[in-house]
Design a protein around this ligand. Structure first.
Ligand code: BV8
Ligand code: ZN
Length: 246
């Protein structure tokens, strides 16, 4: 496990197929609270308790108050140097026009900051906080209203709308999961950035990539369960470390 950022920069430069898996930590420097770090709590509720179908069924208004609060924070947030470094990496690894890109960004985040930074093909494993889905007619639509007028917001059909995100106990979207597995199985370098790597199946992508031959780098502010198996561990802030990989 070599810690040198220079060795990782060289591996990133030489690699033709790279995957980055990002978590809430990459948005921390943009002012968006992480799930399990300081400030992650809201009115002393833990995300694990609120981000579930059961919590929504029991108290849709409370769950929507949490999402409305997060949407208002995210609306004020700007992408940071970490997001922008991944946009540059995508640009550098873009194949010939129209060919498959050599860089795949897989995110657990629902904040949309990778899109706003300019990343073009973002694989969203856990959905998107700016989308809503009707529990009645199933229609999915983008909703960027901040603050929301009604909690819970209502569909034209009268059904109540839920956030377009994946809750605990819910399956990940099939197509996105397939894309993430495909890219991770072919990666030469897998970067796990700003994630505590405790949520599955997302965290399992790192193991899958390494088992298929990728070298694994962890860029995180605190130790993670992936560190022991990683080829590189870069402790620190992604907003500072990722630009140094370019
Ligand atoms: C599934 C969307 C199966 C919502 C999220 C028991 C009961 C039920 C389920 C389970 C169970 N045990 C295990 C499970 C499976 C469960 C799971 O893994 N639970 C964990 C908690 C043990 N997984 C699921 O339920 C998944 N679904 O398994 O379905 C199935 C299959 C078929 C049919 C039916 C069912 C669904 C998981 C998705 C849940 N949704 N989010 C929303 O956002 O509101 S997960 C949530 O956690 C976020 O998406 C978040 O991204 C994700 C992971 O957290 P992180 O991103 O890593 O964030 P965290 O705060 O933890 O860490 C941030 C890190 O950054 C820290 O380490 C910090 O040090 C670091 N950091 C901070 N600042 C910086 C930094 N690093 C760098 N720079 C900085 N500046
Ligand atoms: Zn509807």
């Amino acid at each position: 496990m070599t810690d040198s950022i220079g060795a990782l920069r060289q591996a990133v430069d030489e690699a033709e197929r790279i995957v980055a898996l990002t978590g809430a930590g990459i948005s921390a420097e943009s002012g968006v609270p992480t799930f399990r770090g300081p400030g992650g709590l809201w009115r002393n509720y833990s995300p694990e308790k609120l981000a579930t179908p059961e919590a929504f069924a029991e108290n849709p208004r409370l769950v929507w108050e949490w999402y409305d609060w997060r949407r208002s924070l995210i609306r004020k947030a700007e992408p940071n140097a970490g997001h922008l470094a991944l946009v540059e990496l995508e640009r550098r690894k873009a194949g010939e026009a129209g060919g498959p890109s050599g860089f795949t960004l897989v995110t657990q985040n629902v904040d949309g900051l990778h899109d706003r930074a300019g990343s073009r093909n973002v694989v969203k494993l856990h959905g998107d906080i700016w989308w809503v889905r009707c529990m009645g007619c199933g229609v999915e639509q983008r909703n960027e209203q901040v603050p929301l007028e009604d909690l819970p917001p209502r569909c034209a059909c009268g059904g109540s709308l839920r956030p377009g995100v994946v809750w605990f106990g819910e399956p990940l979207p099939e197509a996105e999961w397939e894309r993430a597995v495909e890219a991770s199985s072919n990666a030469q370098v897998f970067l796990a950035v700003g994630t505590s790597a405790v949520v599955y199946p997302a965290a399992g992508l790192a193991e899958l990539a390494q088992a298929a031959g990728a070298r694994l780098a962890v860029v995180n502010a605190e130790p993670t369960p992936l560190d022991a198996m990683a080829d590189w561990v870069l402790p620190g802030k992604s907003g500072e470390l990722l630009p140094r990989l370019l």
